[in-house]
Design a binder for this molecule. Structure first.
Ligand SMILES: [Zn+2]
Length: 370
């Protein structure tokens, strides 16, 4: 572990002394560097000054950029950083994602890091080529073989990013077992519990065989949701009744959808494949609308239900719509309005339709027919 920290620290020092690091460590630094590069340099290193520079920039920005930028705020800084880099490719060099990856593992560090780096690269490429989604934000990956060590790694990952550790109110032991990689996501990290090394099998192969890639794809979709919704740190709905990022069935369903697409390629929406997808949603009495509240999706059947709902929406509206929903949620701060904007119907109406679609094969097939 020690050498990993040393490396991260050294990179920080070099960047500081060089004066102009290509990448920024935080969304705020990213926007500051972008503003400077465009001649809207903040004259002092204060938040107020950066905000003034951003407002001045916006007043004269080309309409196609101006229209996409949310009002500038601490929460919107990552969106600014991303959108400016997408519109003006030279400015993408400042994206925090370009900084050295933050990986915290317990054992087999070199092998595990290689597997994690390669895996993340593949998922990023998949998101970009399939859906045109590129993310600018940086997060850490913490991975270990036991829950105790995993918690330590998560806390290290949080402290490394200037966050307080020790605040996870989740029992991470439920993500650990002897056979499969288990994963969970937070605003600043992905946590992975992976099975102990096997005798005789190369560690890299063993991690891949234990499901590392599908789990990474799933958890990276959660990172996409945080970034697109401007939900770092997490926020609540205006009426306070739940966290904004929801409904839970959409959050988990979209992650399941991406995982499925990444692993199997385009979903065959017919025959046995459709029957099997539908089966996981057919065998429970729990209604889709009962899976709205954060934390409500738990257990195989709930995940299967959420997955089928997301697959239906993606089949009808295109997979990109599952990302667009979260972008709309960040703009409207209203789940119903975001759903209406992206899917063209009220969320409650879809949830009602779903209760038939989950059980009727012919209707489901017709719903998703292109
Ligand atoms: Zn998930």
């Amino acid at each position: 572990m020690t050498h990993l920290f040393a490396a991260v620290f050294a990179v920080g020092l070099v960047a500081a002394f060089a004066g102009s690091p290509a990448f920024a460590q935080t969304p705020r630094d990213c926007v500051a560097a972008q503003m400077s590069a465009m001649g809207f340099s903040p004259s002092a290193d204060t938040w107020t000054d950066l905000k003034r520079a951003a407002i001045r920039y916006r007043e004269q920005a080309p309409p196609d950029i101006e229209s996409e930028l949310p009002p500038f705020s601490a929460r919107a800084a990552l969106a600014w950083c991303r959108i400016l880099g997408q519109k003006i490719p030279d400015l993408a060099q400042h994206w925090p994602v370009n900084a050295d990856p933050l990986i915290f593992t317990d054992s087999d560090a070199a092998v595990a890091q290689a597997a994690l780096l390669a895996g993340q690269k593949r998922v990023r490429k998949f998101m970009q080529t399939e859906y045109g989604i590129v993310l600018a934000g940086r997060y850490a990956v913490a991975a270990a073989e036991t829950d105790r060590v995993l918690m330590r790694m998560v806390n290290k990952a949080l402290r490394n990013q200037g966050k307080r550790g020790g605040r996870l109110n989740t029992d991470v032991s439920r993500f650990c077992n002897d056979r499969r990689v288990g994963g969970f996501a937070g605003r600043h990290f992905i946590g992975l519990c992976w099975p102990p090394a096997l005798e005789g099998e190369p560690r890299y192969d063993h991690l891949l065989r234990s499901g590392l890639l599908p789990v990474l794809a799933h958890e990276m979709m959660h990172q996409a949701q945080y970034e697109l919704t401007n939900d770092i740190p997490s926020q609540r709905m205006p009426d306070g009744s739940d966290f904004l990022l929801g409904p839970a069935w959409m959050v988990e369903g979209a992650a399941e959808y991406l995982e499925l697409q990444f692993v199997t390629g385009p979903i065959a929406f017919e025959g046995t494949a459709l029957f099997n997808l539908q089966s996981s949603a057919r065998r429970t009495q729990v209604k889709l609308r009962d899976l709205r509240q954060s934390g409500a999706v738990s257990g195989g059947r709930a995940y299967g239900t959420a997955r089928f709902a997301a697959v239906l929406l993606a089949q009808k509206h295109g997979g990109r719509a599952l990302f667009d929903y979260f972008t709309a949620l960040g703009t409207t701060l209203d789940r119903d309005q975001a759903f209406q904007e992206v899917f063209g119907q009220p969320m409650a109406e879809f949830e009602q339709e779903f209760e038939t679609l989950r059980r009727d094969f012919g209707l489901a097939e017709a719903y998703g027919a292109k």
